[in-house]
Design a protein around this ligand. Structure first.
Ligand SMILES: [Mg+2]
Length: 323
């Protein structure tokens, strides 16, 4: 990119996010210099969003900026980490000032909400593509996918399926009706469950964020834990707009297999369960029990008292953007 384009980008990204005292050197030098709190572990995650693959071509620029950060923060939430810093690699077909200012505003909105500093990055010319790396820290041990045991209760936060419905609406695959704006926003501006993740570290045996669909991600948690799982169809938390727009059957399907929700799926052992429910009431923290881990591998969906084995290949049929 030309010098003037770099100047433009510098204008939008130099102060995108908060100023943090632990940033010794931020945007503007060859690399950032960051101070990790003593005794804590550094936690790092990186994700790329490609135009037309991870968001529809022509998506609102503020949503692209927001989501690029949100999907990364969600990975830190799943580890129980607190976010601190981010790096941004931006490939743009052109330095469009209007687009950049909206993109930066979307990114900055979420960065400020989580006290995050943008400390560096890179810009190149090419087809639109956004890569964000987030760095954070955790004191003690991070939550892993692998800590679950047979008999642990399985939970999910939020109302999965909403984002997949929102994407279908954004792409014009579904007709508009009342309540669709809520669903669209669940796709365009997902909420990374940072506070929930950080608090769950005290109770959860394992955790994963739901990016690829609840069944698939619960399956990954169970497999990493050397377990299988049972999920109870009737216990899936569904939003009222999703059921109204999609109908009950399709809403359940989307809750199980739709992508892009960025909720947390986690397991809690019998020794921590009562304490979790007392200290973090589900209705206040927005999560619900959907089943249990069990010894036998694979995932069974329990519907009307009958268990149906779900093959991993069945996960993808209704996938959203397939992160
Ligand atoms: Mg993840």
């Amino acid at each position: 990119m030309s010098l003037s384009e770099f100047g433009l980008i510098e204008r939008y990204f130099r102060h995108c996010g908060v100023a943090r005292e632990d940033v010794r050197v931020g945007v503007g030098d060859d690399a950032a210099v960051l101070e990790c709190p003593p005794g804590q572990h550094l936690v790092a995650a990186m994700d790329t969003l490609v135009d037309g693959v991870h968001f529809p071509h022509g998506a609102p620029p503020d949503s692209i900026g927001y989501r690029a950060l949100a999907v990364n923060l969600s990975d830190l939430a799943a580890m129980g980490a607190r976010a601190a810093w981010a790096l941004l690699a931006l490939t743009l077909p052109e330095a469009d000032e209007g687009w950049l200012s909206q993109f930066a505003a979307g990114f900055a909105k979420l960065a400020r909400l989580h006290n995050l500093a943008l400390v560096g990055g890179d810009t190149t010319r090419g087809p639109l593509c956004v890569t964000v790396q987030v760095l954070g820290h955790v004191s003690g041990s991070a939550m892993l996918r692998s800590g679950g045991r047979p008999g642990d209760a399985l939970f999910v936060s939020g109302t999965p399926g909403d984002a997949a419905a929102g994407l279908a609406l954004e792409q014009g695959r579904w007709p508009e009706s009342g309540g669709t704006q809520y669903l669209r926003e669940r796709f365009l501006f997902p909420t990374p469950r940072m506070e929930l993740g950080e608090r769950l570290r005290e109770y959860a045996s394992a955790c994963i964020d739901v990016s690829d669909g609840l069944l698939g991600d619960a399956g990954k948690l169970a497999a990493a834990s050397g377990c299988g799982a049972e999920i109870v169809y009737a216990d899936l938390p569904l939003s009222e707009p999703l059921v109204r727009v999609a109908g009950a059957e399709r809403a359940h399907e989307l809750a199980l297999t739709g992508g892009d929700d960025y909720e947390l799926c986690f397991s809690v052992g019998p020794g921590q369960l009562a304490q979790l429910l007392a200290q973090m009431p589900p209705e206040r923290w927005g999560y619900r029990r959907i089943g249990s881990l069990r010894q036998a591998p694979g995932i069974d969906l329990v519907r009307d008292g009958a268990a149906v084995r779900l093959p991993p290949s069945g996960y993808d049929h209704f996938a959203g953007t397939g992160r």
